[in-house]
Design a protein around this ligand. Structure first.
Ligand SMILES: [Zn+2]
Length: 420
C-alpha cells in the first residue's frame, strides 16, 4: 500500500514538501523553505545562525522532522537520524525558494532530481552568488516525459507553465495508482499548452496534489496574461519622459528576456544590480549592463530617458542621486518587495511619495486563477484531490466523482488504496 503525507504547504503559501511512501521506499516532492517576510521568529534582522541554520529551523518547525534526509553534520546534535538509508529520492518542481530552499541540507547520497532548465538556472544563480542555505546541493537532471524508476515507483517529470523557467509537474506511479503533482502552475502565461498537456497526461489519476495560491486572495478570477505585461512595459517606456525604475524578479528569465528586447526596441538601456548581471551573463544573455560597473549614476542622471534601472530593493538612497520626480515612474513587475505583506513595501512607498515618483503595477502572478484551478481539476478528474500551498484550500471544490481531502501537516498518512 502506498501512502501520502504533507510536511509543508499546509495552511500557508509555499514550503511544499510531499512524501509518498511504499514499503520502505520514499519519494519526496519538493523541499521548500517558508518564505514569509515580516512573519515568524526569524524576522526584522533576526536570522537563523548560518552554521546552525538547519538545527535552528528544525527547532522552530521550519524544517520537517523526517529521518534519513539531512546531512548528519548539519544537524549539530538535533535528535534525528541523518544520512541516507538509500531508499529516498527527492524531486523538485521548480527553482523558487519555497520549493527548493532546503535542498542545501539534504544528504549528498540522496539524489535530487529536477528538469534540465532548473539545474541550469540553479547553476547560473550560484555563479552570481545566490545559493540555497547550507551546502551546495547537487542536482541530477531528469529527462522530461521519460519515466525514472526509484524502488517500486516510476516517476515522470513534465513541463508546466509558471513564472520561472524549468517549472515541472510530476506523475508518481505507485501500486495504488498515479499521484500527480502540479508544482506551481498557471494557464495565463507564455506556455499554457504545457500545463494543458500535463493535465491531459495525468488524466484520471488516483490522486492530484494541486497548488491553490490564488484561492487565498478573495474571489479574484481572471489574471492578466503575460503578453499584457509586455505591452504595459512597452507603453510605460513610451510614455515616460524620464527614468524608468523597475522591480522584477530575476528568476523570471523569460520576462527578463522579453523586457530586454522591448527596451532595446524603445531605445533604452536596462541597468541591473551587479550580482544579477553575473547571473544573467552566466545564463547567456548578451549586453547586460551592471549598475556602477558599466553605467554610473552621472550617466543616468545626464540622460534619464535612455535608461531603465532595476532597483536593488535595499538600495533606495541611490534615488537621491538620480534627479527623479513626476517625469519618472516606478514599475512593479512582481519583484521585491513582493507585496504589501513585506514590511519593505511601505518603506518603498514612503520613498516614492517623498520623491513624487508615480507607482505602476504591471505584473501578473505565476499562479492559476481560481477559475483556471477548477479547469485543471476538471481536465484531470482525479479520484482524490489534495489542494495545497494555499491559505484557503477549502475554496477549491471537487467536481462530481472526485473526493477532496484537505491535507493535515506532518504525521498523518493518507492511504492511497482506499478512502478513510
Ligand atoms: Zn513558484
Amino acid at each position: 500500500m502506498a501512502e501520502i503525507s504533507f510536511w509543508g504547504g499546509v495552511g500557508i503559501i509555499g514550503s511544499s514538501k510531499i512524501l509518498i511512501e511504499q514499503g520502505s521506499w520514499r519519494v519526496l516532492l519538493d523541499f521548500g523553505l517558508d518564505f514569509s517576510p515580516g512573519r515568524g521568529l526569524f524576522r526584522m534582522g533576526v536570522q537563523a545562525r548560518p552554521e546552525f541554520a538547519l538545527h535552528d529551523r528544525l527547532c522552530i518547525g521550519q524544517a520537517p522532522l523526517l529521518p534519513h534526509i539531512y546531512r548528519p553534520e548539519a544537524l549539530h546534535g538535533f535528535p534525528l537520524p541523518g544520512g541516507s538509508d538509500g531508499r529516498t529520492a527527492l524531486f523538485v518542481s521548480h527553482a523558487h525558494i519555497d520549493h527548493i530552499g532546503l535542498t542545501g541540507f539534504v544528504d549528498p547520497a540522496i539524489p535530487i532530481y529536477c528538469s534540465p532548465q532548473t539545474s541550469r538556472l540553479m547553476q547560473a544563480l550560484a555563479e552570481g552568488g545566490d545559493v540555497p542555505e547550507g551546502y551546495p546541493p547537487i542536482f541530477t537532471v531528469m529527462e522530461e516525459g521519460k519515466p525514472l524508476s526509484w524502488g517500486p515507483f516510476r516517476v515522470s517529470c513534465f513541463p508546466v507553465d509558471h513564472d520561472v523557467v524549468g517549472a515541472s509537474g510530476y506523475a508518481v506511479e505507485t501500486e495504488d495508482g498515479v499521484v500527480a503533482f502540479t508544482g506551481d502552475i498557471r494557464l495565463h502565461g507564455r506556455h499554457p499548452q504545457w500545463s494543458q498537456t500535463f493535465a491531459k497526461t495525468v488524466n484520471k489519476s488516483r490522486a492530484l496534489v494541486i497548488e491553490g495560491t490564488t484561492l487565498s486572495f478573495g474571489f479574484a478570477q481572471a489574471q492578466r496574461p503575460e503578453s499584457e505585461v509586455d505591452a504595459l512595459f512597452a507603453q510605460a517606456l513610451q510614455q515616460t519622459p524620464g527614468l524608468v525604475l523597475l522591480s522584477l524578479y530575476p528568476r523570471n528569465l523569460e520576462r527578463v528576456e522579453a523586457f530586454l528586447e522591448i527596451a532595446r526596441e524603445a531605445g533604452r538601456i536596462m541597468v541591473w544590480p551587479k550580482t544579477w548581471s553575473k547571473f544573467f551573463r552566466h545564463w547567456g544573455f548578451k549586453d547586460i549592463r551592471a549598475f556602477e560597473e558599466d553605467v554610473d549614476v552621472t550617466t543616468i542622471k545626464r540622460n534619464p530617458a535612455q535608461f531603465v534601472l532595476q532597483m536593488n530593493p535595499d538600495a533606495l538612497p541611490w534615488l537621491l542621486d538620480l534627479a527623479l520626480g513626476p517625469g519618472s515612474v516606478f514599475l512593479h513587475a512582481n519583484g521585491e518587495p513582493l507585496g504589501a505583506f513585506d514590511p519593505r513595501w511601505d518603506v518603498l512607498h514612503d520613498w516614492l511619495k517623498f520623491l513624487h515618483i508615480p507607482f505602476w503595477s504591471i505584473g501578473t502572478t505565476g499562479h492559476a486563477s481560481p477559475e483556471d484551478l477548477n479547469r485543471l481539476v476538471e481536465w484531470i478528474q482525479p479520484e482524490i484531490l489534495f489542494p495545497l500551498h494555499s491559505l484557503e484550500p477549502d475554496r477549491l471544490l471537487p467536481p462530481p466523482g472526485t473526493r477532496r481531502w484537505l491535507p493535515q501537516r506532518g504525521g498523518k498518512r493518507y492511504p492511497l488504496n482506499g478512502y478513510s
